[in-house]
Design a protein around this ligand. Sequence first.
Ligand SMILES: Cc1cc2nc3c(=O)[nH]c(=O)nc-3n(C[C@H](O)[C@H](O)[C@H](O)COP(=O)(O)O)c2cc1C
Ligand code: SF4
Length: 518
Amino acid sequence: MIPRIYIPGDSGALALGAEKVAKAIAGELAERGIEAKIVRNGSRGAYFLEPMVEVATANGRVAYGPVKPSDVKSLFDGGFLTGGHHKRWLGTPDKIPFLAKQTRLTFARCGVTDPLSLESYKKHGGLNGLTNALALTPADIVAQVTESGLRGRGGAGFPTGIKWKTVLDTAGDRKYIVCNADEGDSGTFADRMIMEGDPFVLIEGMTIAGIATGATKGFVYVRSEYPHAVAAMNKAVEIARKAGVLGASVLGSPYAFDMEIRVGAGAYVCGEETALLDSLEGKRGMVRAKPPLPAHKGLFGKPTVINNVISLASVPIIMDKGAAFYKDFGMGRSRGTIPIQIAGNVKYAGLFEAAFGMTLGEIIDDIGGGTATGRPVKAVQVGGPLGAYFPRALFDTPFDYEAFAAKDGLIGHAGIVVFDDTADMLKQARFAMEFCAIESCGKCTPCRIGSTRGVETIDRIVAGIEPEKNLALVTDLCNTMKFGSLCALGGFTPYPVMSSITHFPDDFKPAPVRVAAE
Ligand SMILES: Cc1cc2nc3c(=O)[nH]c(=O)nc-3n(C[C@H](O)[C@H](O)[C@H](O)COP(=O)(O)O)c2cc1C
Ligand code: SF4
């Protein structure tokens, strides 16, 4: 058997030098006259260990990382093709603590399989969910998804089954499945990882959604900053089509389903579902007023399911193992697992899939290992640029939609960005308002005008001009934006602003006091 070497082609790993490592390994193999198969797998998500190279040995996989091109010669000298010891030796990947502590359902194959091998996909449980779904009625598939407790992973946490049922129950000569892969939230990369590392799972999930709701066409709307994900998805769709997974007769069934990948032009607001639909239709991305809901009148005015990548990619495992299996994980009304993305100033950055319910403190301190700088954690922003900043005092909050909402926070797409004690929360509050001003689609006044006035008012606080009066003005403005905005961009910008003011009041004191305090 020729040796197999796994070197991630994931763009996070590439950014950390995986391509150079791959070239060095290929060069060394040629020089030593060794025949080996190099597989460009996805990433397992332990980015602090990337580029993580794995070799398949008689005793299973052995990992090495983070590998530098300069390590390659000595890796060969140390017999790494048979799992030999080396300073980069990590042992069995599944036993690396960061990976061993996870519950991998949605990401079970990511970093393990060859992303573009349908054979490899099937060997690891791929297409079981679709096969099971084909034996059910659309209503029964929807019932399974509802029963699993799956909620949208894009941000709003809306029950996926209820959304699907609305589309199933809405008459239409054409229906669509739209996958939201805009992934605009700061510190998030779960969608990208799945699309690059296990694209067939998304194709399978979208196909199940199509069969369940009567939709025959799907679109994946991917942000332009994800060229590797776009390439992987396009190739995977082609392979799935050739293999009869997609097309006029899905796996030989009477159901038809096909899909296309579309690339956005780069606007945060185009992640909002109705702006996304406008953009997909070739218009400028502007938020639409609801009703009508996209489920009734969505893409090109037709009934449309719009779901996040992870929501759709979680469906195959539900249809494979059953709703009860999935529902068994989690807490309260947050069922199943969630791929938490730990980023920012943190020691062990990466993707950590776990059942809902871990506390924020466990995630930051135990899993993330605290800050990369070694300084105390001051704040963590959960849920992207519209998420609240939580201080250490709130680290006992369990990762659960309702628990976060109860503390004026949100889980969003489960991205966590960590800040150490050098962060200035007044600057972060200003940044939130500025971000909103730049990204606002301009349709409604509280967001379009409010965010600009917000930046100006915070600037007055920074300059020490009537700080108390201006702080009260910002609070008042936040209330107007929260309750008067048409969508969550204007409606949630108050979360990072108000949480900064509430939890870090010292940072909002007039400049001389702030300097003295520092
Ligand atoms: C400004 C804004 C940006 C958003 N960006 C995204 C995004 O990048 N990806 C995403 O899946 N949902 C995003 N959403 C949420 C979507 O509007 C929508 O709720 C989601 O795609 C529905 O899918 P789900 O039910 O599977 O979560 C955004 C919402 C707003 C208001
Ligand atoms: S809140 Fe902002 S982004 Fe949303 S509709 Fe209003 S102006 Fe557009």
